[in-house]
Ligand binder design. Structure first.
Ligand code: PFF
Length: 472
């Protein structure tokens, strides 16, 4: 007899766990950088529009597929498609994608922990040295940090859905929100902070072009943890009396709210450090901002609040991002765990052991690809650039496949699973959903505009990333 599927203990538990998944490095750092470079509030408006009109229906579709099938993404596709071989491919993609994203996300989380630790032992000055990051990622201490992060993630996941994931989210998420607010309030008291605020909140629509619009959608999609099988898996742990649409709305609001406040933290901090900053010169990547730019800003605070005070602020920031990353990492690792438990009837412990070992191996390969092993460092070349193993994992699984997975979800719901079944699932626990405007919009958009837009984003990303051709 199949074991009874685990469930979240409460609606709040689900919302906090799903928001914990959604709130991550993408919100806290990726969003502020993108907003800074692309017209501040103008980017925010476009981002919010995509969250509402494109991402929210996809999130509802993923949650509904999970809740209806009570399965992980691979088996959800299999079951709801009547074991179609073709749709199993989409299921496999929804399994391999989170597995590989977890690998690279783990590496960044390990760096975050390393920086947190270094700040904690009084080494903020070292981190602010521009050469430090390159040395750090190739130091042996990374393996020790790796061990700690892996143990922490395992400890949470071993507790299961209710006593592990939900319990951790109930502690980490409120703490994260309080830390974020404290940091925002503090940063707003700094000199020149309001130059950053007005730069952020006064929209500059002249920066908006097709590339920026594409970037805003990709950012929103990633930020809400879509296309990664996470929402299907978490949906499968949702009670049948829960309102899917409403819960999805809460998750999206929390995620977008955190991104908004992260902008209110990062931009004033940048402007107070250098009032004449040219934001176009900000690093393209979140990684550059977190690990090289921000430590310099934190250290500069020692002039006003002393070295201890500066370290405290830096520590709070790294703890904030670390908590956000841990809850995301937990959610993404849960996807292959639930698949192994379902498909092979493994216990949670056994599934976790298998996954930890194989993922650790791949994460170590990533760690070795920053210069330690040449062929991993210069793994392949495309679009005129040499790429490391780590770069390839990021490019393929984070940049490219997510919109494709989103496209497949839409087509699956519209063509294979069928609108009527989808509606029944969303109406379950939520009778007011039936016949509502939201229902009509979701049904219409999932079978028309949304897949079209996601397909375009996918095609443009492939052309741009691998052939250096911008179609937009
Ligand atoms: N919403 C997460 C973020 O913004 O960082 C997306 C995510 C990434 C979730 C990686 C889970 C994950 F492992």
């Amino acid at each position: 007899m199949a074991a009874v599927r685990e469930q979240f203990g409460s609606r709040l538990g689900f919302i906090l766990a799903a928001a914990g998944s959604a709130v991550g490095i993408g919100n806290l750092v990726g969003f502020p950088v993108a907003a800074a470079k692309n017209g501040g509030a103008a980017f925010l408006v476009i981002y919010a529009f995509f969250v509402l009109c494109i991402c929210l229906p996809v999130m509802m579709a993923e949650l509904a597929m999970g809740r209806c099938s009570q399965k992980d993404p691979l088996n959800a596709y299999r079951q709801l498609s009547g074991r179609s071989k073709l749709w199993s491919i989409a299921g496999w993609l929804s399994l391999i994608t989170p597995y590989m994203i977890a690998v690279f996300y783990m590496v960044i989380t390990v760096w975050l922990f390393g920086y947190l630790w270094q700040v904690g032992i009084g080494n903020l000055d070292k981190l602010a040295n521009p050469d430090y990051f390159a040395q750090f990622i190739n130091s042996n201490s990374v393996f020790a940090y790796f061990l700690v992060v892996a143990l922490l993630v395992n400890a949470i996941l071993l507790g299961g859905v209710k006593n592990g994931i939900e319990r951790a989210a109930k502690i980490l998420m409120p703490t994260l929100l309080v830390m974020l607010m404290c940091l925002v309030v503090f940063v707003l008291t700094l000199d020149n902070a309001f130059a950053g605020v007005s730069f952020y909140l006064i929209p500059d629509f002249s920066k908006i072009n097709a590339g920026v619009i594409n970037g805003a959608l990709s950012q929103a999609f990633f930020s809400l943890s879509l296309g990664m099988g996470i929402m299907m898996t978490y949906g499968s742990y949702m009670g049948r009396n829960e309102k899917v649409a409403e819960s999805a709305r809460f998750v999206a609001i929390t995620d977008t709210g955190v991104a908004f406040f992260a902008g209110l933290l990062i931009l004033p901090a940048i402007f107070s450090f250098n009032p004449s900053v040219n934001t176009a010169e900000l690093s393209e990547s979140s990684v550059g901002l977190i690990f090289t730019f921000l430590p310099k800003i934190f250290l500069a605070l020692q002039l006003s609040i002393g070295y201890f005070g500066a370290s405290l602020v830096a520590g709070l920031f790294f703890l904030l991002v670390f908590f956000a990353a841990i809850t995301s990492l937990v959610s993404i690792t849960e996807v292959p765990i639930s698949s192994l438990m379902e498909t092979k009837s493994y216990s949670r412990k056994k599934a976790l052991l298998y996954l930890t070992l194989t993922m650790a191996l791949l994460s170590v390969v990533c760690i070795l690809s920053f210069g330690r092993i040449e062929w991993l460092t210069e793994f392949v070349g495309y679009a005129g650039k040499s790429k490391s193993f780590f770069d390839v994992v990021v490019d393929v699984f984070y940049e490219t496949i997510l919109p494709l997975n989103g496209f497949l979800v839409c087509i699956f719901v519209a063509v294979k699973w069928k609108k009527q079944n989808f509606d029944v699932e969303l109406e379950c626990g939520d009778p007011e959903y039936k016949g509502s405007l939201v229902e009509r919009y979701v049904n219409f958009s999932l079978s028309s505009i949304i897949p079209l837009v996601l397909l375009l984003v996918f095609i443009n990303t492939v052309a741009l990333k691998y052939f250096a051709v911008n179609l937009l």
